[in-house]
Design a protein around this ligand. Structure first.
Ligand SMILES: [Zn+2]
Length: 458
């Protein structure tokens, strides 16, 4: 099995660190809980859900840890704006995030951690960095990581420490820093900010230190797989490497780094000011979780993905086709075998090739086309139908794209849809449009997609 590793910029053979080759330790950066999660988050977390599930399908024993950032500048800002305490605010959005992941059937995470639950470990790691000469104190400000002590800085993002200053956030700003890109490890708190008393002084953690303190505690100083959205590569993940490799002296901190690409909305970066900010809750009002998952997985994870009406409608139609196909399989009663083993092999080959779910989806539709023709002339036997269904369930246990129950479309509507398809194939669009009007009169809507007609209740 091969995985594209951001660190080496190549597809590498996947070999976990465990000498027996069984256990896999996996960590993904969760959200900073100052707002509802958006569909960009859905992309990231659905993808890593599939990664964990496929590794388990492959027989690995995966421990999947996700951290939720519950202390950060944006949280403090919003709490002050909303007149809430930081604690109140983060609980609201943490709950919202967990609701969203549940709704999206993201259920592979073994443990969610909160940054503020690990202050002791964070302080300990900062102390280690101080002892080893990788950190320094600025009076009245906080502790910073000294980038001049870590020549490897930039190896993940493939840039240099001198290019670091373009990506620092407010918390890392100080005129007294030794190097431009030095980042905060521990910040002395201003009045009205949450703070913790510690041997470092009263303050709060910087953004990057929480993840390494948490993984060091649960996994040790080195582990297998670290993921997060591509915008976290620099400086966040780069900083994690600097911290952990400096603290432990061991390299590499993480063996495989995975970063799914951006999600845009109608070809634009999602932002509140552009009015194209779509939360997971918004998306789930209109579309099923399977549709959202399908949309995410129909694309290779490292490529950019655009969220727009056509893409989601297509995904909805595709999910409908797969569900219909499975229903039709139960009617099989013919005499001929269908050999599924080839498809199983191709499924694993595609997933083994850097989780190429887009290829898996193409494979599913190749299968439905071939089997459909056997269902039409009722030549498929029951045993083969059972095996095909089992195969699709196996795929579904990894991808989660088949709805448990399908909205029932009345037979009268299904007949009209078929009639309309026939007319369209005969290029008789005038009559086809009349049928469409009849369908709409009965409260249904029909849209045409690359996966055939999409029927929904109006
Ligand atoms: Zn993180």
């Amino acid at each position: 099995m091969k995985i594209y590793n951001t660190l080496t910029k190549t597809k590498e053979e996947f070999k976990p660190r465990d000498p027996a080759g069984k256990k896999v330790q996996m960590f993904v950066c969760g959200p900073t809980v100052y707002d509802h999660s958006h569909i960009g988050h859905a992309r990231t977390y659905v993808f890593f859900d599939v990664v964990a599930k496929y590794l388990r399908y492959r027989g690995y024993k995966v421990t999947y840890l996700m951290n939720i950032t519950d202390i950060e500048d944006r949280i403090i800002d919003r709490a002050q704006r909303d007149g809430k305490s930081v604690k109140e605010l983060v609980r609201i959005f943490e709950k919202s995030f967990l609701e969203d992941t549940k709704a999206l059937k993201i259920d592979s995470v073994n443990k969610y951690t909160r940054a503020t639950g690990y202050i002791k470990q964070i302080v300990k790691q900062v102390e280690t960095l101080l002892e080893k000469g990788h950190a320094y104190k600025i009076d009245g400000d906080g502790y910073y990581f000294d980038l001049s002590t870590f020549p490897d800085y930039g190896k993940l993002a493939h840039r240099t420490a001198n290019q670091a200053e373009d990506a620092i956030s407010r918390i890392d700003e100080s005129v007294n820093k030794k190097n431009k890109g030095d980042f905060t490890l521990w910040k002395f708190s201003k009045p009205n900010e949450p703070s913790w008393k510690s041997s470092l002084g009263t303050g709060r953690p910087g953004w990057h230190i929480e993840d390494t303190a948490i993984t060091d505690y649960h996994f040790g100083s080195q582990y297998d797989l670290h993921g997060g959205a591509v915008d976290l590569v620099f400086p966040h993940h780069e900083a994690e490497i600097a911290q952990q490799e400096s603290a432990s002296g061991k390299k590499p901190f993480v063996k495989y780094w995975l970063h799914p690409g951006f999600l845009t909305v109608k070809e634009q970066k999602m932002s509140k000011s552009l009015g194209n900010f779509i939360t997971i809750k918004d998306a789930l009002k209109n579309y099923s979780p399977e549709t959202i998952r399908f949309m995410v997985l129909s694309n290779y994870y490292r490529s950019p993905l655009d969220y727009n009406d056509s893409v989601v409608n297509q995904s909805q139609a595709a999910v409908q086709r797969i569900a219909e196909f499975i229903q039709k399989l139960s009617l099989a009663n013919g005499n001929n075998d269908f050999e599924i083993s080839d498809y199983r092999r191709k499924f694993e080959e595609a997933m083994d090739d850097d989780f190429n779910t887009a290829r898996v989806i193409a494979l599913i539709f190749d299968l439905t086309r071939k089997v459909n023709s056997m269902l039409v002339d009722n030549s498929l036997n029951r045993n083969s139908a059972k095996k095909i269904r089992k195969f699709l369930q196996n795929i579904n246990s990894v991808l989660g794209i088949i709805p448990a129950k399908q909205e029932k479309i009345p037979d009268s509507i299904t007949k009209l849809i078929q009639k309309r398809e026939e007319l369209r194939q005969e290029n008789n669009y005038e009559e086809a449009d009349k049928i469409r009007a009849q369908i709409e009169d009965r409260g249904y809507q029909v849209d045409d997609t690359v996966y055939g007609s999409l029927v929904t209740k109006k």
